[in-house]
Ligand binder design. Sequence first.
Ligand code: MEV
Length: 442
Amino acid sequence: MNHTPVEGFSKLSKEQKIDWLLQEYLNNNEDYKKVLEQYWNEDAALQKLHDEFSENTISNFYMPYGIAPNFLIDGKLLALPMAVEESSVVAAASKSAKFWLNKGGFKTTIINTEKLGHTHFILNVEPHKVLHFFNFKLKKKLFEATEAITKNMRNRGGGILNIKLIDKTADLENYFQLKASFDTVDSMGANFINSCLEQFGKTLKEEVSKNDEFTEEEKNSLQIVMNILSNYTPHCIVRAEVSCKIEDLKDDSGISNEEFAWKFKQAVTIAEIEPYRATTHNKGVMNGVDAVVIATGNDFRATEACAHAFAAKTGTYKSLTHCTIDNGIFRFWIDLPISVGVVGGLTNLHPLVKFSLSLLGKPSAQELMSILAVSGLAQNFAALRSLVTTGIQKGHMKMHLLNILNQMGATEDEKAHFVNYFKDKTVSHHEVIDEFNKMRNQ
Ligand code: MEV
């Protein structure tokens, strides 16, 4: 079937949008409309709030919102809110939390909190002349021109920390950057940083045009290409760690503490030297990080991009977590670069985000960084613990069992039967289906 492009879709009402979709793509099948409508909230004001988060909203997309309790983090016992669809993530987090609960829990350190952004520009002027112009004229003007934008942030203890000129002409002809670092205190700071940078672009243009040390031709060569924050924040880092004596590292799978510690460390080392494994290893870390990032209304695409860029900082993609065994002490840690906020964005709007932040005791942005790093480390610990002992499928498929049964249309009694049947066995997809069909045919 050929479809026709639509004009002014965003201006249609929600009902008109759905009618258009049904007509154009769904054979006017009203059942699809019911699918969308069943997710609308009865509370019209709450629905409107969600509708206004994004353009062209026609329904809500649910994700399970779960709790991983028993996280002892820097001496505080927390229950972590996690929004994630993967069945085993919350269970894995809870298991890890419990494992470390009586071993001193998780300890965290904020290493630094600097955010970055750039004005990327092209200027056909000798680099030493650009540097002179920057040092003796431009830099001061950039701070002055952004004073109104930075006032509130400065009152909260943040602002622009520094601005540097970076000569990138060796990589791209006539390419320079204004590289600025920011402290955005409790906000993620994207709007603040981008507003400062856009002002930098304007001020740069004005100051270049006024600068009598440049020829007219040089002045005319200026092109502000773009002003934008960087989601790579290698100087906004939190460390989370756990440690214990090998003798306390008891795993219930039957292997000795020494063998467990050794295999676990080997697994981390493999992820440090082998990018294929590191990718899956870090994906597991981000299972834990993202679920809490989403539950607290932060931007998981930003945290993902940053973590993976950091993992590749040496030119080889590596594990985000590390492990040592020294003098009988097992130590496992993560250095996670992560930029998040507890004010601004969705944090004061989305009722479940507000709930998450209250549940966590209204953390500062730095405390939230710590919680997120712990969640990533705990998730990675649970994955490696399974991988080097029972294998991942035992726990994974146990949690996935209900999804398989729901797909087959199992009743509550049938589900209870299967949960019991697989209590001591590793669930496999084909065995569930075979057993289910046998049971139905009897
Ligand atoms: C699955 O979502 C994540 C794991 O594959 C992570 C890992 O292998 O470390 C279990």
